[in-house]
Design a protein around this ligand. Sequence first.
Ligand code: ATP
Length: 460
Amino acid sequence: MAKLENLDKIVNLSKTRGFVFQGSEIYGGMGNTWDYGPIGVELKNNIKKAWWKRFVQESDNSFGVDAAILMNSRVWEASGHTASFSDPKMDCKNCKTRHRADNLIEEYNKKHDIEMPVDSMSKEEMYNYIVEHQIKCPNCGKCDFTEIKNFNLMFSTKRGVTDDNQDVIYLRPETAQGEFVNFLNVQRTTRAKVPFGIAQIGKAFRNEITPGNFIFRTIEFEQMEHQFFCKPEDSEKFYNEYKQKAWDFAVSVGLNPEHIRFKDHDKLAHYAKAACDIQYLFPMGWSELNGIHNRSTWDLSRHQEFSGKSMQYLDPITNEKYIPNVVEYSIGCDRLVLAVLCEAYDEETLEDGETRIVMHFAPHIAPYKVAILPLQKNLSEKAKEIYKQIQKRFMATYDDAGSIGKRYRRQDEIGTPYCVTIDFDTLENGTVTVRDRDTMKQDTIKIEELANYLQQKLDA
Ligand code: ATP
């Protein structure tokens, strides 16, 4: 991993190589929306697949759902989002830019090495702190702000075909509620016994006051969330288990354990028993990657209260009836993609003095697993034949443009772990050369052994 001063190199590589583009770019863009390009969508899908494999496929007692983005508005009353899903916003009176008061204080404290919990401060305390420390507007450098107000982050829209029949509905600000409202359905149809989990991957929307840092904080993003339902007295054990699982998953997609850390929440929601984040050392400093929360029986109790449906679970062995406790693990997929991009990015000086940019993605999440490169154009017939075979088993790409060195560099920049060169030996001896992205070492392999060779490498 090369030391990155900021996100510029990642943003630039993303644009030039096709990981992520500015949303609606040809119209001048739409602030803080991003489109995944051909390489980025593969990377993101592979991360989602790896998450699903670990938290659904390889978990004996977890089940997936894909709930609607638009939900009955009562859901957001029950969850507390209508009343209190807000951030403390204030405007700079001088340049009229909008800021999150807590973020300005956090940035200031980071710069001045001040350890102080910001999330337990009231609006008045934040305002006084900003004035006392003369914290400046990052845009114009003045310290002249309006009072702090709560700003609800939910995007609302209206449904109904006529003006007088309109209901306000919301784009979901988190996927979690889709799992809670389906607790009974999943339990009934799978005959799952508590403890069990429900997982979901899907879009969420937040009208963030200060989105930014590329895909770190956006107004539309994807979450991967897992709610684990257990007996209240077992919740601490499962909370610790999910902390470990979340950590192991982050490492499994290539994050260096030295670049992640647990951070307990300074202030707990009134219903929570415990909460922590895993932070990643992004170029802009340690920042939240995911959260793990022991949420007590709050979520199901609230849905019981607001829907009138019993959320009690009847233990078939003890006949005990209780509302299960929830342990939540929630991670932003886009934020994880950004961490993976930062971690994988490297600039290496080669023996011949040239430098190469290389993305050291873990092979299972690399966009392409293999590139097929004919040494010369007149080898393309054989090369295409091999490409056709290989692409049945692996996400593969084909490149016959430019010198072989240039083609290797292109594949390094998008993190393709293996390049297969088709040369004259391929026609004569039926062999190909496989180059390893990281070591740049080459192996000669028989064509008929190529697929199994690659599979073994990728599985390792
Ligand atoms: P933050 O403190 O960064 O605003 P949060 O604590 O509000 O995040 P949660 O509500 O716990 O976040 O959401 C779970 C996860 O969803 C976060 O850990 C993060 O990875 C992701 N996430 C939340 N908001 C955004 C956003 N605006 N853009 C991208 N990812 C987000």
